[in-house]
Design a protein around this ligand. Structure first.
Ligand code: PLP
Length: 289
């Protein structure tokens, strides 16, 4: 495939990064993953805003504008679609750059390492109960740091939680803070449905401000017949939910059918999920945030 590295498009096997790069040594960087189907990106603007927010939080100066990112990402699709297919995500990573020595303090006079590549993703999710991939999850204490709102490449906390799920035969883990309130999953945001109320935890330093979460809230709130809230959700409420959904750029909205080996609601894909994924599929390209 053709990748982008520091201003150049080149074959992936020719891309080289210094072992002194702070992305490698410290996980000192920010990343994004933006999905596209048939050349159309989902939530491009909000993804780039989040990237810029993260870079600002780390004081990484990069000189890229939203328009420059758009040109770069469109070019990656153009160069890779013939070989990789029509459903591609673009991964972007910006690290603080490479220094000559390993030193915790931010070095002066280095430029960031900007890397992006496109990779094939599964077919566009569809609002169809028979086709949607469903999830079994476990629960655990959220042991990550207190800056989970930053989409940092330092993902070890998330990796260890994800692996905890894998080792227990699950595909995700729902995480709870010290007050036993839901935060998010290892790589997803979480929505809980009970008696018609659709709830998700409020934004804070405890969770990533997911773009799918943002788009979904925006779309659902355009329908005044739906009861949508951002509020704390307790462990007991999660276990008693009618439906649980995981949201992420690659999954869109994914139903959870079991938690810790027990069925969620009646153990089948829910009607609220179907309504939500229908609305999401219909409006995701048009919603502006
Ligand atoms: N939470 C975490 C920890 C994530 O890594 C991700 C990204 O996949 C999400 C939530 C979902 O975010 P988005 O909807 O922007 O993909």
């Amino acid at each position: 495939s053709t990748v982008f590295l520091n201003g150049q498009f080149l074959p992936a096997n020719e891309a080289r990064i210094s072992p002194m790069d702070r992305g490698f040594l410290f996980g000192d960087g920010i990343y994004e993953v933006i999905p596209s189907y048939q050349g159309r990106f989902v939530g491009f603007g909000p993804h780039i805003s989040r990237l810029h927010d993260g870079l600002a939080a780390l004081s990484i100066q990069h000189g890229m504008t939203a328009a420059a990112w758009r040109e770069l990402c469109d070019k990656l699709l153009e160069l890779n679609r013939p070989a990789l297919g029509d459903n591609l995500a673009v991964y972007i990573q910006v690290s603080r750059g490479a220094d000559t020595k390993r030193n915790h303090a931010f070095p002066s006079g280095i430029s960031p390492t900007i890397f992006a590549y496109a990779f094939a993703i599964a077919a566009e999710p569809v609002p169809d109960k028979a086709k949607v991939p469903t999830y079994s999850v476990i629960t655990g204490n959220d042991l990550r740091w207190q800056r989970c709102h930053i989409k940092s490449t330092s993902l070890l906390g998330n990796v260890l939680h994800y692996q905890q799920g894998v080792e227990q035969g699950a595909q995700e883990i729902l995480l709870f803070d010290r007050d036993a309130n839901l935060t998010e999953g290892a790589a997803v945001n979480v929505f809980v449905v009970k008696n018609g109320e659709i709830a998700t935890p409020p934004l804070s330093n405890k969770l990533l401000p997911g773009i799918t979460r943002l788009l979904l809230l925006e779309i659902l709130r355009q329908h005044s017949d739906l009861n949508v809230v951002e509020r704390e959700i307790s462990y007991d409420e999660v276990l008693a939910a009618d439906e649980i959904w995981l949201t992420s750029s690659s999954k869109e909205i994914a139903p959870v059918l079991s938690v810790n080996g027990r069925p969620v609601g009646n153990g089948a894909v829910g009607d609220m999920w179907l309504a939500a994924q229908r609305l999401f599929s219909e409006y995701k390209y048009s919603v502006e945030c």
